[in-house]
Every structure is written in C-alpha cells, then in structure tokens.
Design a protein around this ligand. Structure first.
Ligand code: PEP
Length: 254
C-alpha cells in the first residue's frame, strides 16, 4: 500500500501577522511544485485568513491548531468548525499533547472534537503519544492504544480517509530529544495494529501515521525510511522555511 506522506507545520503560539504571511509565502515558494508529499501549515487562529491568502494558488494546505465541538453559541473564546472552513481551513489538529497536558483536555473532549471536525468536512490530525514517565513504566503502547480507541470512538472506516494519526511522544516535543527510528517505527506499527482491530486491515494500511517530536532536517531522513512512518508533524523546525522544506524533501519517496 502506497501512502502519500504528509508533513505538517505546527506554528503553535508563534509568529506575528507579518511574519506568518512571510513564512507562508516562503513555504509556498519552496514547496510549490511538490506533488509527492502533502504539506499543511497550522498558524495561530488570528492569522489564518492572512496565511490563506498568502497560500492562494499553491498546493500548501491550511489547518488550525484546535477546534471546539459545538457548532455555535455561548462558548467564549472557542472556535467552531464552520468558522475554520470560513477562513479557508481544511485541516485541524486535535489532541495535541500541549492541549492534553498543558490545557488539560481529556480523551472524551478530544473524541468530541474529532467527530465534530470530520462531520463538518474537515480533515483531522489526531495526535497521540506517551509521556516520559509512561514510557519508562513500559506503558507507551497501552497509552497510545487508549488514546486511539478513545479519540476514534464513533468514527467509521469511511471517515478514516479524513484522519491522519500523529504519533508524538510527549518527551520528544520541543525538547531536542527524538525517538530513534526503530522506537518510532515500533510505536507506529503498534498503532497500525490497533487501527486494524478497530476498523479492518485495509483501513489500517491506508491510514497515514506521522511522527512528531523534535524532527529536524538532520534526523528526518532516517525517520522517514521506516515503513510505518508516513511524514511528520513539525513544531520548532516549521518556523524556518528552509528547515521545514528540507524535512518535506526528506519525506518524499526516494
Ligand atoms: C509538535 O508540536 O507537534 C512538535 C512535534 O514540536 P517540535 O517539532 O518542536 O518537537
């Protein structure tokens, strides 16, 4: 099964209105003819419209870093799926570890967001991953399985076409520590086995599973050679167009 790699740039709470537009233009210029890898960027909410216009005419896709599950109403500070679509987004991150561990999102909230986003026609990157303590306690696979089962509750096999999984060990995010290609491959393989049990083997084979956690130009190629790693979700290195584009290049099948 040939899966098209997908690389996402999660800009987190960084950039200004001007630097976000400039970064988007630089990413579009460097990857405008890239057709072997799908590329998406995830700017902060206030800059989505600005970045959408900077990306117009390029194949780079636009996503948001989060979404709320209710369609509208009295939910101060939240953003709905239709607002994201209105701003030109067709992707959204759900369950990023910073939302789970810094903001306190639980599996049930993550699941409601996944269902709302897919139901509204958005593509979702569902993030999973164990903490350092959980890995050291030998619980990594169990944690990832729990987050997958809970996050995908009520999702159909057909809807999995709109969902990408990002395996992001929490201890590797923003720390400069990266899972070895072998450890990452083992986690991706285990996640794919969970998907086969939840859905069916062909859905599991067709689902893209990205690696995230301090992926840089220097370590991307080795990670991407692993058979179950289908691209990357990039934080820090996505703020530099040249570094991000080097990672996109590394994700292209050779
Ligand atoms: C992320 O935020 O998803 C991420 C992987 O960050 P970093 O690349 O900075 O570790």
């Amino acid at each position: 099964m040939q899966r098209i790699p997908i690389v996402g740039g999660n800009w987190k709470m960084n950039t200004t209105r001007a630097t976000a537009a400039a970064l988007a233009r630089a990413v579009a210029a460097a990857n405008g003819t890239q057709d072997a890898v799908q590329v998406a960027v995830f700017p902060p909410f206030p800059y989505l419209i600005e970045v959408a216009s900077a990306l117009r005419g390029s194949p780079i896709m636009l996503g948001a870093q989060d979404v709320y599950f209710e369609p509208d109403g009295a939910f101060t500070g939240e953003i709905s799926t239709s607002m994201l679509r209105d701003c030109g987004c067709n992707w959204v991150l759900v369950g990023h570890s910073e939302r789970r561990h810094v903001i306190g999102e639980c599996d049930d909230l993550v699941n409601r967001k996944v269902l709302a986003a897919v139901g509204a026609g958005l593509n979702v990157i569902l993030c999973i991953g164990e903490t350092k303590g959980q890995r050291e306690a030998g619980e990594a696979d169990a944690v990832n399985e729990r987050q997958l089962r809970a996050g995908l509750r009520g999702v159909s096999a057909a809807q999995m076409k709109s969902i990408v999984i990002a395996y992001e060990p929490v201890w590797a995010i923003g720390t400069g520590l990266t899972a070895t290609p072998e450890d990452a491959q083992a986690a991706h393989k285990a996640a794919r086995a969970v998907l086969a049990g939840l859905f069916d083997p062909s859905t599991a084979q067709a689902t893209r599973i990205q690696y995230g956690g301090s992926m840089k130009p220097g370590n991307a190629a080795n990670l991407m050679t692993m058979p179950d790693i289908d691209g990357g979700l990039i934080g820090g290195a996505s703020l530099n167009a040249a570094d991000f584009s080097a990672i996109v290049q590394a994700a292209a099948p050779h």
